[in-house]
Design a protein around this ligand. Structure first.
Ligand code: ADP
Ligand code: MG
Length: 385
């Protein structure tokens, strides 16, 4: 873990960022609006973050010279990409503050360790077992059927997951996944999916954002509704669980905790992401301080901002699918029509190529009431098709 102390950065100083996607882009914008400069390390040129950053190091995450450039110029480094090698963060942490630490990122990168860590702090997770070899697939696992086999590493947006009903299907799934380390989880009947974003600074102060209710389509987040339609006790429980997990990890930075609400089990944690999260994008338009500003504040050694939500919000993800007609012809979505609705805020990530399933942007509907926001979100979907 980083022993290097966080110091308060002055406007004009450089903040470093590993990764160049949309989360990095929105981090750049938030940091720049407070007067900081951002240096992005990304192996790809003109990415969503690189194209708005003040400067970019075009290098691989494990490139020693690239990392050294970051360490020389920046007062601290953060990440936007959860599969950034923990080793790169470890190397950087020898000379500058790193948020979050290599340790926290390492835990979140492996579903087996992640689940062990979370249940270790007294927070329930879905019933599961680790599958490291064929021999781990025994008859006792029939209690976990129907289930989901998930690769322990490198899964996102539902990738690296296979739904199974029998132990033979588990064996087949494990073989199809090239026998990499996996977890087999019981498939739960989800009443709701929710998430909490928590920021924790180097002094251990925490601030959680309001609980977000998430709806997925084909394993990808489609819509986030905030505040989540749950009772106050459950919301308080979710927020305090998120703080407990951040505290146990001695986490410094922005962390997302994804929850399931399950009939028999109540609130269980699905997974954590050691960075701002798609389900927190609503905070840009709906909260006093957004998740990206919070990330910049932690890195710059500043006090955490107020996470108060000033308007109900519904966030709708804009996937590349919208750039194609039903016949598969390329088209430009009808922005002028959705922007004619007063409650609509549009965010596009500057990606050149639209692909099916690719996150191209999002819309946040900011309305007087949640009901109105939900109605407008449906209008937006109808317009964009
Ligand atoms: P990813 O890393 O791809 O986000 P998740 O573990 O969050 O992977 O799974 C993606 C989605 O699949 C979840 O948001 C949820 O809708 C569904 N899912 C995952 N695990 C379970 C489970 N144990 N029971 C029921 N649904 C699940
Ligand atoms: Mg997930």
């Amino acid at each position: 873990m980083s022993k290097i102390e966080f110091k308060t950065a002055k406007p004009g100083q450089w903040l470093g960022l590993l990764g160049g996607g949309q989360l990095g882009r929105m981090f750049c914008m938030a940091a720049q609006s407070m007067g900081y400069r951002v240096l992005v390390l990304d192996p790809v040129a003109n990415g969503p973050a690189g194209s708005v950053a003040d400067d970019q190091v075009l290098a691989d995450y494990m490139d020693d010279q690239g990392l050294a450039k970051l360490a020389q110029r920046c007062i601290g480094v953060t990440t936007e990409f959860e599969n950034v090698p923990a080793l790169a963060l470890d190397t950087l942490s020898k000379s500058i503050p790193v948020s979050p630490s290599a340790f926290s990122v390492g835990i979140a990168q492996n579903r087996i360790e992640e689940k062990a860590y979370i249940s270790g702090c007294g927070v329930p997770v879905a019933p599961h077992v680790a599958i490291r070899s064929k021999a781990d697939i025994t008859d006792t696992l029939s209690d976990l059927m129907p289930g989901i086999v998930k690769t322990a590493r490198l899964g996102y947006d539902g990738k690296g997951q296979v739904r199974v009903k029998t132990l033979d299907e588990v064996r087949k799934a494990f073989a199809d996944l090239n026998e990499v380390e996996c977890v087999l989880e019981k498939r739960l009947t989800l009443q709701k999916e929710m998430s909490v974003i928590v920021a924790r600074d180097h002094k251990g102060e925490c601030a959680t954002f309001p609980v977000a209710e998430n709806h997925h389509r084909k394993g990808i987040l489609a819509t986030t509704i905030v505040p989540a339609r749950i009772d106050d006790a459950m919301a308080a429980q979710a927020r305090s669980n998120a703080i407990a997990i951040a505290g146990a990890l001695d986490y410094v930075g922005v962390l997302c905790v994804e929850f399931f609400v399950v009939d028999e089990l109540g609130l269980v944690v699905n997974e954590i992401a050691p960075r701002p999260h798609n389900s927190g994008h609503y905070s840009i338009d709906a909260c006093v301080t957004c998740q990206f500003e919070q990330q910049a504040r932690v890195l710059a050694g500043l006090p955490l901002g107020d996470t108060r939500q000033h308007s109900p919000a519904v966030m709708v993800n804009l996937l590349g699918d919208l750039w194609y007609s039903e016949e598969g012809m390329e088209r430009e979505p009808a922005w002028e029509k959705v922007l004619a609705i007063p409650e609509v805020k549009l965010h596009l990530y500057g990606k050149e190529q639209a692909r099916v399933g690719r996150k191209m942007g999002h819309i946040t509907v900011i309305a007087e009431t949640l009901d109105r926001a939900l109605t407008v979100a449906q209008e937006v979907r109808d317009i964009l098709g």
